[in-house]
Design a protein around this ligand. Structure first.
Ligand SMILES: Nc1ncnc2c1ncn2[C@@H]1O[C@H](COP(=O)(O)OP(=O)(O)OP(=O)(O)O)[C@@H](O)[C@H]1O
Length: 358
């Protein structure tokens, strides 16, 4: 049921890389015949060395999508390609794809060295030793090679898991919420280290996360998933500044959804005539980020609440019976109860076309 009676545009898949490393086509998976598919006709492509993220709320099918790509689950329909090779019916160990699990899944009884060597059993002992030392050097864990996983910090264990995944030289690694069990400070540092490592080694990656900030800062391109399907694909900037649907606009940070009547590059709205990022005609639903406003003391609007966040302030402001979330600089003197003027600085983005009243 769509209470706003809004039509959603289809995801922007136009920027599929010319020669992708990984290509997923129409992947579909249903666990129960009476339930909708958990992954529904999923298609995307990852360029060689590209860092890609699948972002979506809990339960939208991200992990299942990753497990289908890795071969831990069989799709009902669809295909997985690595370069020119169709992997769809290959077992996981023959796919040439690395996998880093959410809980690292290291072998507790094996040393760091043996954990990393695990996927290299086909190599001769001397080639295996050389490769493990090379990869441990790359992730900066050479001095810990004789330790067991429980003798390492969470961030170090994460790097062992990554080393084990990249040791066999995959073209792509799949990362399933790999930072979620680290505390906030360590998460940021480990994330930066892993990103830098992936870029240095030229391995493409697909990161699964429900954390929009993580996806925006880690990925070069990301796909927003909702209920098993892709809602939008693009660079972090594109998806944040030009969301195609109300869901994407709201999932990637806070926004204001405003009904309007578009007339080309402008729309008539309860906030007056607003400039549009792209021309449109007719009844539309617009997204305007909190940072798209300027707040001035004195005016018709009333400040309802003030949320101080250090680097900025977020206000909830009421005008003509509608509430808006507005960001201001931390020196803004406005307080709850104050009268203010809401000026719109940024163009509004059309996120849907309305077929009925809003
Ligand atoms: N093996 C399975 N059998 C039955 N249902 C499953 C199975 N695996 C996953 N599901 C269901 O599929 C849906 C999607 O699960 P999935 O783990 O892919 O979501 P997710 O987006 O990764 O969520 P989260 O962020 O919470 O990990 C959920 O409703 C889940 O209960």
């Amino acid at each position: 049921m769509n209470p706003l009676n809004v039509e959603y545009p289809s995801p922007n898949t136009s920027e599929i890389p010319a020669e992708p490393a990984l290509r997923v086509e129409g992947l579909t998976k249903r666990f129960h015949p009476s339930m909708p598919p958990v992954v529904d006709n999923l298609s995307f492509a990852v360029a060689p060395g590209e860092i890609f993220a699948l972002l979506g709320p809990s339960g939208c099918g991200k992990t299942t999508a990753l497990r289908l790509i890795a071969g831990f689950e069989r799709p009902d329909r669809g295909q997985v390609w690595l370069g020119q090779e169709n992997l769809t019916h290959r077992p996981p160990e023959k796919r040439g794809i690395g996998f880093v699990f959410q809980d690292y899944a290291l072998f507790p009884h094996l040393s760091v060295f043996d954990n990393v060597a695990f996927g290299l059993r086909s190599l001769s002992p001397s080639a295996r030793r050389q490769r493990v030392e090379e990869v441990l050097g790359l992730v900066g864990l050479t001095v810990f090679k004789d330790r067991r996983p429980h003798e390492l910090s969470g961030g170090q264990q994460q790097r062992v898991a990554l080393a084990r995944a990249i040791a066999p030289g995959p073209k792509v690694v799949l990362l399933d919420e790999p930072f979620s069990s680290l505390d906030a400070g360590l998460r940021q540092v480990t994330r930066d280290e892993v990103r830098e490592l992936l870029k240095r080694s030229g391995i493409g990656a697909v990161l699964v996360t429900h954390d929009q900030e993580e996806a925006l800062s880690f990925a070069e391109r990301l796909a927003v998933m909702r209920a098993g399907s892709l809602e939008q694909i693009g660079t972090p900037e594109e998806v944040y500044t030009r969301p195609l649907t109300p869901f994407v606009a709201q999932f990637l940070g806070r926004t204001n959804l405003i009904p309007g009547e578009a007339r080309g590059i402008e729309a008539e709205t309860p906030l007056g005539l607003l400039r549009l990022a792209e021309g449109a005609v007719g009844p539309v639903l617009l997204s305007l980020r909190p940072e798209g406003f300027v707040l001035e003391p004195g005016g018709e609007a009333v400040v309802l609440s003030r949320e101080f966040k250090g680097h900025d302030l977020t206000y909830r402001v009421r005008l003509d019976g509608r509430d808006y979330v507005v960001q201001a600089d931390p020196h803004c003197p406005c307080r709850p109860g104050d009268r203010v003027r809401l000026e719109v600085r940024d163009p509004a983005v059309v996120v849907g076309r309305r077929g009925g009243e809003v």
